[in-house]
Design a protein. Sequence first.
Length: 465
Amino acid sequence: RACAQARARSASSENKPVSQHSARQGRGSESDGAAGRRSGLAAAFCNLEHSMMHILATALSGTTRPSNRVGGSPLIPLSDPRNAQRAGPEQIHLTGASVDSIHVTWSDNDTSTAPSVVEVRAVSDAASWTAVLGPSGSVYSALQAADACPGGYTDPSCIYTSSVLHSVQLTQLEPATEYEYRVRSAAGKVQARSSRSLRFTTPPAAGSPAVRFGVVADLGQTTNSSATVSGLQQAAEDGSIDAILLGGDLSYADGDHRRWDSYARLFEGLWAGVPVAHVGGNHEVSSGGENWLAYSRRYPNGHAAAQSDSFLWYSLEAGPAHVMMLCSYAASGPGSPQHEWLTRDLASVDRRRTPWLIAVLHTPWYTSNRHHPMSEGARMREDLEPLLLAAGTDLVLNGHVHAYERTHPVARGGLASPPESGITHITVGDGGNREHFARPWEPQQPAWSALREYVYGWGHLLGAV
């Protein structure tokens, strides 16, 4: 209702028609017939740009619409004061978004690789800090991409070496609980800005009645990116999101590994205060020869707890949602590790406990954008869509296309018939990166495309029973 009211206010002020919003009635576990029925489920997903909110319930119809912000925005330079390296621990970020376990990762210019330490306590508990030890810090080196350093491997200045990277997994956390934490370097220094306590709140327990996700993808490091992050940070500080789902393409470093440092420095205010679940995109594996190196070292997740052997795919549960984080750039056919894992993961879902089933991946299976056509995700869709359809998946979120598009319920390449047999897909690759909007759209908007537009921002996803 809050989204609908905001949409009505915005549309009224701009003399635009207001689309109707209706609650979605969910279905039970058709795949095994054992999980009962869902009733009274409603999802509201709002894509925010300044004061504009667009209601994205499955019943909405829409057409292509222009944004009131056109084109890209400047890349924030490495010389920006916010990108200056700080003494001691920096680039602190939380990953995983599990209700009971979170990874705390940071960088330290101290050259020692002694064991990593995070001190943590529940805010409601006046007891002393608990010190959690992690593995020793480590570094990695990589050849800078030619665009960043044309000298190649024979030029020593073209070899990037990271600061010492530390990561500690906090376990046995209580759901929906606010924690205070601080990280310690090998020399015993507490993180910079120690006058401000670092805090986070764990997501609500699986099976609880509601969860609120911030949703974003293709973020980068521009002034548009900064505006998107500011909106997410404000929502986190207001307590209106429990965790963030990030659909790939994080830093747009593209082989300039200094840009992994600047990405974490620029937006540490958000990343250090709210847990984030990531999937990798093409800019984590392909562009500039990244090959998952920086991504895997800097953004760990709890894949082992999801019975996954790879950091590239895993799942988590929070509130009434079971969320599957999938990889667009790994084998997905029958017999592949990802396909076999997803089959097992779907079989483990109890729809009475987590009636909402959501998948997050990078490359869209349904898009009417010519810059990144449907052929890019066709193989993965052919491999995995039958599993998601059979399980009664409710929503697929993806990035990659630098625009916003929402489908009606779809299946097997077109409109689902009946609609409740299909899945709604939402493209949110409009975080604000330097590559600007993906142009053009197909001239004729497909019948399955409910709304498409060029707009920068982030999404607010509410799953409730």
